[in-house]
Design a protein around this ligand. Structure first.
Ligand code: ZN
Length: 422
């Protein structure tokens, strides 16, 4: 393989040695939402192969460039949702998935992730799954069998013995040394981030959501071990003690985190903890509490947590905590695709965040939560050309809910290629 000097990306070298140059694409945008809190008007994006080579108001156009003129439209980065579960499909009882083989879950998961792209989610993170199921779904996407987003995964959730049962297939560990073993094991499987269960869960029959599980020293060992290999740790936590343990342990992302009391909020500020409140999953699920389909233990635990969510999210917004979009898609009534922009709406409507901050939470911050912000999350030279072109007249800075209508997204571009057109 030779690399022509001064060449940009976009060369495909065939095995016979012929080099084929892909045409650059110049995408003209009316309003460009960069993803970092800024906008540019009348800007263009030069796409070379799978990445962005230039962005600005006076981009020089190389000869033989295809021009896509969207100068009447809003263009923004593809959305990122680091919290989905390919093993689950939004059915009322997550325990039901235990009756399915891994093979069936992988086939079903492949169909589910296709829905993400329809709503402009170009990168997703599987936040715990059984066995090799998430790996198989990722492989199916990468081999082109499935039209899905770029998928990252955490492998199995790391829990105490008996900490979970509904998810099945957790990596159980007890004590500091054993927790390090579990983290190393998941890293060794090629995961992109680590997911810890700091407390019990709503979806697990035999635990109470707010009861602390791992001790602070165990969580700290996990966070340290994860940081050593340059990856991010995420911890599921409810209740004052488990949330406090999570923050003090130096875990990077607090997941759920309800109720978020003032003391823990102060600690988050001090430690720079990111916050992924997964609001949409509770808001969708509580609409069905009286349907009789959700397991009784889930209704009981959700009713306990639901009234406490709003205040914590509001306070986190006011305190300037870095919010991260994450939906828990696959959990009861939390459906793939639409839940992600719904979470952004809840940040605005319930939490009092600005539309711009909700977009940052679903782009730049979500990329940071997966430590892929050098490649995606904002529209900048050198980053992957993952872009959304909105329909004429649709602007999420004016109305964040436009992203919930997939017809509002005319085009989804992933790695420089149009993968969805509405
Ligand atoms: Zn989850």
């Amino acid at each position: 393989m030779h690399n022509p000097p001064h060449s940009k990306a976009g060369y495909i070298e065939l095995y016979i040695g012929v080099t084929l140059t892909l045409k650059d694409i110049l995408l003209k945008a009316g309003t460009l939402i960069v993803g970092d809190g800024t906008t540019l008007s009348g800007a263009s994006i030069l796409i070379n192969g799978d990445s962005i080579s230039e962005v600005g108001q006076d981009v020089s156009i190389p000869s033989d460039t295809d021009v896509l003129d969207f100068s009447d439209r809003v263009v923004m980065p593809g959305l990122i949702d680091p919290h989905i579960h390919v093993c689950f499909d939004g059915s009322a009882d997550p325990g039901e998935a235990r009756q399915f083989s891994d093979e069936l879950l992988a086939i079903r998961g492949s169909q589910l992730v296709e829905k993400l792209l329809q709503y402009g989610i170009t990168t997703a993170g599987d936040a715990a799954g059984r066995g090799n199921v998430p790996f198989a779904v990722k492989d199916a996407i990468e081999k082109g069998l499935v039209n899905g987003p770029c998928l990252l995964l955490c492998g199995r959730m790391i829990t105490i013995t008996g900490g979970r049962e509904a998810l099945g297939g957790s990596n159980e560990a007890n004590g500091v040394d054993d927790v390090r073993r579990a983290v190393r094991e998941e890293i060794g499987r090629g995961v992109h981030f680590i997911k810890l269960a700091a407390t019990g869960a709503i979806s697990s029959k035999h635990t109470e959501s707010m009861s602390a599980q791992f001790d602070q020293d165990e969580l700290q060992a996990a966070a340290d071990e994860t940081r050593k290999v340059g990856k991010m740790s995420h911890a599921h936590a409810y209740g004052d003690v488990g949330i406090r343990n999570t923050i003090l342990a130096g875990v990077d992302v607090l997941v759920h985190g309800h109720p978020l009391n003032k003391e823990n909020l102060e600690l988050m500020k001090k430690h720079g903890t990111m916050y992924m409140p997964t609001v949409v999953t509770y808001y969708e699920s509580q609409l069905h509490h009286d349907d009789g389909d959700l397991p009784e233990y889930m209704v009981r635990k959700e009713k306990e947590i639901f009234p406490l969510i709003e205040e914590g999210v509001k306070n986190a917004v006011k305190a300037g905590i870095d919010l991260v979009v994450g939906t828990d898609s696959g959990m009861p009534y939390t459906y793939y695709g639409k839940s992600t922009p719904e979470e952004m709406e809840l940040f605005v409507r319930l939490g009092g965040a600005s539309e711009m901050d909700a977009i940052i939470a679903g782009t730049k911050n979500a990329a940071r939560a997966l430590k892929i912000d050098s490649r995606v999350g904002t529209i900048e030279p050198g980053k992957s050309a993952d872009l959304l072109v909105l329909a004429p007249g649709k602007n999420p800075l004016e109305d964040i809910t436009v992203l919930q209508d997939k017809e509002s997204i005319s085009r989804v571009i992933l790695r420089g290629k149009t993968v969805i057109e509405h």
